[in-house]
Design a protein around this ligand. Structure first.
Ligand SMILES: *Cc1c(COP(=O)(O)O)cnc(C)c1O
Length: 468
């Protein structure tokens, strides 16, 4: 079996033709080496799984090329999952303004480190720092690659060789193996766990080892404990920090600038509240509830931000011009007061259920006119991205029948749509497309893709044997 299949592996020249036919355009030299590496992969696949026909092994390999070389893993997709900040779909989509600023900064020279007035060297972080002073009362700020980098950098600069007190309820793992105790050790600090898993009081942070050290408050962003629990406020921690001469750092996680209770979920501490409450330094993500590009923001006392900026790691994790342009454009929405309309994450959180119902009904109507059976369901959506864990938002979804195919096959066809892939979610063997996380401007495209894919499923109904 394996021997015969090995003989069925196409030659280098016919593979080169096949690649061209599939729109996989590479240079002539590359097409020969690509064809050889495909042959090698297919040969290995057949030897490992002798029952796999050469044609199937080849198809698997070519599909990967389609994904990586022809269309790119980074292409635009529609998020129909109902999870607003979806980590696997790249977290926050930025506003149109931010996207334009980022594209412009990427494509040209920018006055990143020049003061246009004097022509002398200026700081690359000045603009974002200025915006955060207005928006959150931060004396100074700096932008790094992400919040993980922000915490590592802040601790490395302020806590190396010192003791950092962390509540037992907050010695958490954020995800992807990012664990607060490990980051602390990496920064050269010594961890002192205080309090208990469920209850920690400000007085628990009073400890001889913490004198001259750091108190770190970490937002338990991706889990919630309830019941017999207690956590000190930032203002209470400020009191203990002052008694002991310790620096108070708060890792806010999402770091919102707006009152999230307006969206019908819990109030998240805002950056301004944390700083006003007495945090010396706050760190937060740019691409969670803030709704900007991936970034980590360090904000707070000027002398401490300066110390952080001078640490050798700062250069290693600093944000580039594209990120800075995106963060600044995002922050300007808050200044203008148009953040709920312009920043996609906030728009998705703020949208009301009636609007979702209307949009879903309009799409359903278009599908039904094409003979596609759909239902509208009232569902539950989530903020996601380790923000506001478990807190539900009401949702409205279009529920699709898979026809004779399986739901997972229908979902796969939508994900692989050549123009605009759509990611939905499967619930009780139905495929749901959640409207909350779809940009209203994408409703038209979404309808087209659903008609395309469901329509072809229906057309195939009469002939389940057909392969395509
Ligand atoms: C998400 C999160 C981080 C990590 O932020 P990234 O921007 O993903 O690096 C750190 N701390 C908390 C509390 C978080 O929620």
């Amino acid at each position: 079996m394996a021997q015969r299949e090995l003989r069925n592996i196409p030659s280098v020249s016919s593979l080169a033709t096949l690649l061209r036919d599939r729109g996989i355009t590479v240079s002539d030299e590359r097409s020969v080496s690509l064809a050889q590496s495909i042959q090698e992969d297919v040969r290995r696949a057949i030897l490992e799984h002798p029952s796999v026909p050469a044609s199937e092994a080849l198809e698997t390999r070519l599909a990967r090329f389609d994904d990586w070389i022809v269309r790119s893993r980074y292409r635009r997709v529609i998020n129909g999952t109902g999870i607003v900040v979806h980590t696997n779909l790249g977290r926050a989509p930025v506003s149109d303004d931010a996207a334009r600023s980022m594209a412009n900064a990427a494509a040209s020279a920018v006055s990143l480190e020049v003061d246009p007035d004097s022509g002398h060297r200026g700081g690359r972080m000045d603009e974002v720092a200025g915006l955060l002073r207005e928006l959150a009362g931060a004396e100074s700020a700096l932008v790094v690659n992400n919040n993980a980098a922000a915490i590592l950098l802040a601790l490395s600069a302020l806590a190396a060789g010192r003791t950092v007190a962390v509540s037992r309820a907050e010695a958490v793992e954020i995800g992807g193996g990012f664990r607060i105790p490990d980051v602390l050790r990496q920064s050269g600090a010594t961890l002192l766990e205080v309090g208990t898993t469920n209850r920690t009081y400000a007085r628990d942070y009073r400890h001889p080892d913490v004198v001259g050290g750091v108190i770190l408050k970490v937002h338990a962003s991706n889990f919630a404990i309830s019941g017999f629990v207690a956590t000190p406020t930032i203002a209470e921690l400020r009191g203990v920090a002052d008694e002991q001469g310790t620096i108070l750092i708060e890792d806010l996680g999402s770091g919102t600038l707006v009152d999230t209770s307006a969206f019908g979920v819990d109030h998240e501490p805002t950056v301004a509240e944390s700083l006003a409450g007495g945090a010396d330094i706050v760190t937060f993500s740019g691409d969670k509830l803030l709704g900007g590009p991936q970034a980590g923001i360090v904000a707070g006392r000027r002398d401490l931000v300066d110390r952080i900026a001078q640490h050798p790691l700062a250069r290693a994790v600093r944000a580039d011009k594209v990120t800075l342009a995106g963060v600044a454009a995002t922050l300007r929405h808050y200044l203008r007061g148009d953040e709920l309309n312009s920043i996609p994450v906030l728009r998705m959180l703020a949208i009301d259920v009636d609007t979702l119902r209307h949009r879903a009904a309009a799409i359903a109507e278009r599908l039904r006119r094409q003979g596609i059976a759909v239902e509208l369901l009232e569902t539950t959506n989530f903020v996601g991205g380790g923000s506001l864990p478990g807190q539900a938002l009401p949702g409205v979804a279009i529920s699709l029948e898979a026809g004779w195919r399986t739901t997972s096959d229908l979902a796969r066809r939508l994900r692989l749509h050549p123009d605009t892939p759509v990611f939905g979610r499967v619930e009780r063997d139905r495929l749901l497309i959640e409207l909350r996380t779809v940009a209203p401007a994408d409703d038209e495209t979404l309808s087209r893709v659903l008609i395309d894919v469901s329509g072809s499923t229906l057309r195939d109904c009469g002939n389940p044997e057909s392969t395509d």
